[in-house]
Write a protein that binds this ligand. Structure first.
Ligand SMILES: Nc1ncnc2c1ncn2[C@@H]1O[C@H](COP(=O)(O)OP(=O)(O)OP(=O)(O)O)[C@@H](O)[C@H]1O
Length: 336
């Protein structure tokens, strides 16, 4: 059985918007618009989408914070809202913007309180804490009150706090937001290690696509509350026609760029000093051999497809395809 399963999951909010100087109108905003997902145990899933796409709303329904307007959802076989307490023992949550630690207590005491709340046996707690201390490098600030921690230190504390009860699923909403390069790498390295053991299912939302590239084998992209891609990153590249590029730097521009079989001229830069070819069916070596005949050739490099680029193209395409389909007026509905 899948560890997470949703069928036609939907969430609507009723909001009040200005409709004149004094008048307010109620409008229905469809944040999640019929999402079907099956996530298997041990999967590392990236859940991405542009601002307002419905990512946080989905995570809130998966963790029992929000009640779906329609559809079904099961996490670890449980109904998140109705069985929220039982679910809390089996999942961990890290929301980058919110803390689950006690502001005035040192991290160590927060961890101890969590042990009691989750009723974790002392031996299991000590073993997990040891691992977190080592992998997240917590020792230097374990006795510092949480309010005095830097964002990066706190985030490492949050990760440990979310894992000390040994959850089967870890939900992470923007876990690297605002972190410096070193903390970001520490968090990513830790999550990668967690993913390697295959015991914990990770569901990660982020705007930092390097998180996704580093950690996730499967990528779900949503927009306007609907899934627009579900598959591997390479499938995304294939679907949106991302190609590897071969960049040829020349000492002097050539009158006619060469015609290469299996590669097309993608663009010309630097007043003709740089030719960029997109690989179609040719291999890099064949293109380099074809370029070797150019007397002016100085350097050749290969550029891998860029995930930022392909995701930006996908978002643009979705934006052009469907505009404000997700809002509708509702007469007399109450705010929820
Ligand atoms: N409590 C709420 N009341 C009314 N509308 C809401 C509420 N929460 C979310 N929305 C709306 O639902 C839509 C989806 O919001 P959500 O926060 O899920 O998006 P997101 O993909 O997480 O965005 P971001 O990347 O900006 O965090 C947005 O239009 C948002 O304004």
């Amino acid at each position: 059985m899948s560890v997470i399963e949703t069928k036609a999951l939907r969430k609507e909010f009723t909001v009040r918007v200005r409709a004149g100087r004094l008048r307010r109108e109620k409008r229905l905003v469809t944040a999640v618009d019929g999402i079907d997902l099956r996530i298997e145990r041990g999967e590392l899933l990236g859940y991405i989408g542009p601002n307002g796409a419905g990512k946080s709303t989905t995570l809130k329904m998966l963790t029992g914070v929000l009640t779906p307007s329609a559809g079904e959802v099961r996490v670890c076989g449980l109904r998140p809202v109705a069985q929220r307490t039982r679910l809390a023992l089996r999942v961990g949550v890290v929301f980058g913007q919110r803390s689950q630690l006690w502001w005035d207590l040192p991290l160590r005491d927060s961890f101890d309180l969590l042990r009691h709340i989750y009723r974790v046996p002392p031996g299991a707690h000590a073993a997990r804490l040891r691992r977190c201390r080592q992998l997240l490098d917590l020792d230097a600030f374990l006795d510092v009150p949480v309010r005095q921690l830097s964002l990066g230190q706190r985030m490492r504390g949050e990760l440990a706090a979310a894992l000390l009860h040994g959850p089967e699923v870890l939900f992470l909403d923007e876990p690297t937001i605002g972190l410096d390069v070193v903390s970001r790498q520490a968090v990513r390295g830790f999550l990668a290690e967690l993913g390697r053991t295959g015991d914990t299912t990770l569901v990660l939302t982020t705007h930092d696509l390097a998180d996704i590239e580093r950690l996730c084998r499967r990528l779900v992209v949503i927009d306007h509350g609907r899934v627009v891609h579900d598959g591997s990153i390479s499938a995304l590249h294939e679907r949106y026609g991302s190609r590897r590029l071969v960049v040829a730097d020349l000492d002097a521009p050539v009158p006619e760029p060469p015609v290469l079989s299996g590669a097309s001229l993608h663009r010309v830069e630097n007043d003709g000093h740089r030719l960029v070819f997109a690989l179609e069916s040719a291999r890099v070596a064949e293109v380099v051999a074809g370029l070797a005949g150019l007397g002016a050739l100085r350097d050749v490099s290969v550029v891998e497809p860029d995930i930022e680029d392909v995701v930006a193209r996908l978002y643009r395409r979705e934006r052009q395809g469907c505009s404000i389909t997700s809002t509708a007026k509702v007469p007399g509905a109450s705010a929820s």
